[in-house]
Design a protein around this ligand. Structure first.
Ligand code: GAL
Length: 672
């Protein structure tokens, strides 16, 4: 049963205010270290500690054997210190005794490779033996600590699906058949129609013939792959629900799990998870492999707020400095941690927690940063940890305030799967690239956007961006059209509206679902070669995509001046109802994209945040009596911001203007 009302995050920390927390793995340390850990946690101002995340082999060292002595002790130590607990159910990684007894629980890759014990999350999500043992662990933990006064939050498993979301073993195959039977109401012809199995002689005679889309000689069936991704997300959600159900039967404490709203994990459709979460929590790490990792952070934070439906959310994990799982693990520059934290807070986080408390000396993550590094307390990282605690404490009044956005960007994991399915027109069609480009253009133009799911209510948004929404249901397209009819401006970008829920192309000209709304008709895609650029009649240039488009009621705002679609419209505008529907048939350069959304925002009556730009991030949170304007200067030069109010980090009164030094964060409290 989902909770009736969202949990106020501030109730997770002592008193009101923002949460400062961390993962703590005391089982990695001798008990003599624990009192020092607690003392230093208090020194840093830590208020919420996640424990028992990887506790299974410690609390349940053999079939039917339970040892809670360590967990009992650490819980009492934390409780006595007034530190609240984010209690892991402990099921994140099955212990070796379980996989030795039941090797059938090990997950399998698409080529039949079995993934062995020795890493983490080494289980098939559909395996009934795993599920039964995990449920027993949760029952034991809930029975013991379900009403402990120090426990503030339940933390189900850990990053469900991080490694094992797609499993191709025999148990997964049986579960996939059951899932398909339910989806297609036991009608194999309905499945055949949905997957288009007449193609390449793939018609199934019964559900018992249906397979998971394991490795094949050619391209796979895209309908089958799409449904397998839906199934795999649902299986992870089922794991969460099973644990949450046991918890709710025995404890009144709120339940969550840590999402992975991030660039490199795309296997879970979190829109379908939110109703089961008492509060939304996310893990986010800067990804040094990306061209613009800080913009990705802003995007992930906005999307997490979208999942929370605008309510405050919790950053459950991030790093003080480097991680250890990227090819090159970059230490944060001075000030970067504060800017990262401010970006999460500005976009609605009411708590910031770190992985992890004390840097491990053994195990695969021994070179991952922590609040307390290998160097100990005589280190810049530790001093920053203490400083951050002070900063969060001083910002308590922003807890519970909300971001207000006039613009929305549509985002869907299901569409991510559909866009990047096999056999697409160009490998350079990467969904997240398109969404990030739109989000960055808006942010750089000083426009804060909410991320919303297709089909969600769009009332209240004056500008709506629909990037590469390839798969769209009729009802979802109708919501967008209605928003334009009532006066909104919408920007639809290429490869949108092409297929229906079953990945079937809408015929009669692209973009099928949006042809009428946009007043255009496209006959053929004409993607560009890697690195190729085309010129537009407005003097800008573009990449990735062109198409053979003609207007059918719309006005051409810019044409392709060269390239495979020379002379055809590249940007169009169509008056529809009281609003306007724009189409972008290519990927503009960042500057041109920013100029385009700025123009659309202006005509939609949205005032940008003055002073915002590619180096300067500005977002406001609104409370009942005050607004809090976060100004994050990522650049190497100071910036002057027109402002009135008081600055919370420095305590200065601002009259007329505030200079924000290079690399600095300022939070201006303003009257509303
Ligand atoms: C997360 C995970 C943590 C730790 C961290 C390292 O994915 O939940 O257990 O591995 O990454 O960055």
């Amino acid at each position: 049963m989902p909770a009736a009302a969202p949990t106020r995050i501030s109730t997770l920390s002592e008193g009101e205010g923002l949460v400062y927390g961390c993962d703590y793995n005391p089982e990695q340390w001798d008990r003599s270290v624990w009192p020092e850990d607690i003392r230093l946690m208090r020194e840093a101002g830590i208020g919420l500690v996640a424990i028992n995340i990887f506790g299974w082999s410690t609390i349940n060292p053999g079939e039917g054997r339970w040892d809670f002595s360590g967990l009992d002790e650490i819980i009492e130590l934390l409780h006595a210190a007034g530190i609240r607990i984010n209690l892991g159910t402990g099921t994140a990684s099955p212990p070796p005794w379980l996989t030795a007894q039941h090797p059938e629980i090990l997950p399998q890759g698409p080529d039949g490779t079995v993934f062995h014990q020795g890493g983490r999350q080494g289980y098939c999500p559909s395996n009934p033996v795993f599920r039964a043992h995990a449920a027993e662990v949760v029952r034991q933990v809930v029975a013991r600590y379900g009403s402990h006064p120090a426990v503030a939050l339940w933390h189900v498993s850990n990053e469900l699906g991080c490694h094992n979301a797609l499993c191709y073993c025999a148990a997964s195959t049986l579960a996939f058949r059951d899932w398909a039977r339910e989806r297609y109401a036991d009608d194999i012809d309905a499945l055949n129609r949905a997957w288009g199995t007449s193609f390449w002689s793939q018609r199934y005679g019964s559900f018992d013939e249906v397979q998971v889309p394991a490795q094949v000689l050619s391209l796979r069936n895209p309908g089958q792959v799409l449904d397998f991704q839906r199934f795999s997300s649902d299986e992870q959600l089922a794991l969460y629900r099973a644990e949450a159900g046991i918890i709710r039967a025995g404890s009144g404490i709120p339940v969550t799990t840590n999402f992975m709203v991030t660039a490199h994990i795309r296997t879970l459709d979190y829109w379908s998870w939110t109703a089961d979460m008492d509060l939304i929590a996310n893990d986010h790490y800067l990804d040094g492999r990306l061209a613009n990792s800080r913009q990705e952070l802003s995007f992930a934070a906005d999307l997490t707020r979208g999942l929370a439906a605008g309510d405050p959310w919790l950053l459950m994990e991030t790093s003080t400095s480097a991680v250890n799982w990227q090819p090159h693990n970059f230490a944060k520059e001075p000030g970067e941690l504060q800017r990262n934290v401010a970006s999460h807070l500005a976009r609605g986080a009411d708590g910031i927690c770190f992985f992890q408390w004390r840097a491990s000396t053994q195990g695969a993550e021994k070179y991952h940063s922590a609040l307390l590094p290998h160097a100990g307390t005589d280190s810049d990282v530790w001093r920053e940890s203490v400083e951050l605690g002070r900063m969060l404490q001083g910002l308590g009044e922003i807890a519970g305030t909300r971001v207000a956005a006039d613009a929305a960007v549509l985002f869907s994991w299901e569409n991510w799967w559909a866009v990047e399915n096999e056999g697409r027109p160009s490998e350079d069609l990467r969904y997240l690239d398109q969404v990030h480009a739109a989000h960055t253009a808006l942010a750089d133009a000083g426009i804060v956007a909410d991320l919303v799911r297709p089909g969600a209510d769009l009332d209240g948004y004056r500008l709506i961006v629909v990037p590469a929404l390839h798969l769209v249901r009729d009802a979802e397209a109708a919501v967008i059209a209605r928003a334009v009819e009532r006066g909104a401006t919408v920007l639809v970008t290429f490869y949108s509206g092409i297929v229906d829920e079953e990945d079937r192309v809408r015929t009669g000209g692209y973009p099928g679902a949006f042809r009428e709304l946009l007043g255009i008709r496209s006959e053929e895609f004409a993607p560009l070669a890697p690195g190729e650029r085309v010129s537009l009649s407005d003097g800008t240039d573009a990449s990735v995509w062109t198409e053979r488009l003609r207007t059918d009621g719309a006005e051409a705002v810019a044409l392709f001046a060269d390239g495979p679609s020379v002379g055809r419209p590249a940007v169009t505008r169509h008056a529809h109802g009281a609003g306007e529907a724009w189409y972008l048939a290519t990927q503009p350069s960042p500057d041109a994209y920013r100029a385009l959304v700025a123009r659309l925002a202006e005509s939609a009556g949205i005032a940008p945040q003055p002073g915002a730009g590619p180096d300067v991030d500005i977002v406001r949170r609104f409370g009942e009596h005050a607004a809090y304007r976060f100004v994050i200067n990522h650049g190497s030069a100071p910036v002057d911001i027109a402002a009135e109010g008081s600055e919370l980090l420095t305590g200065v009164t601002v009259t007329g203007a505030l200079t924000v030094p290079a690399g600095a964060v300022r939070i201006i409290k303003e009257d509303v």
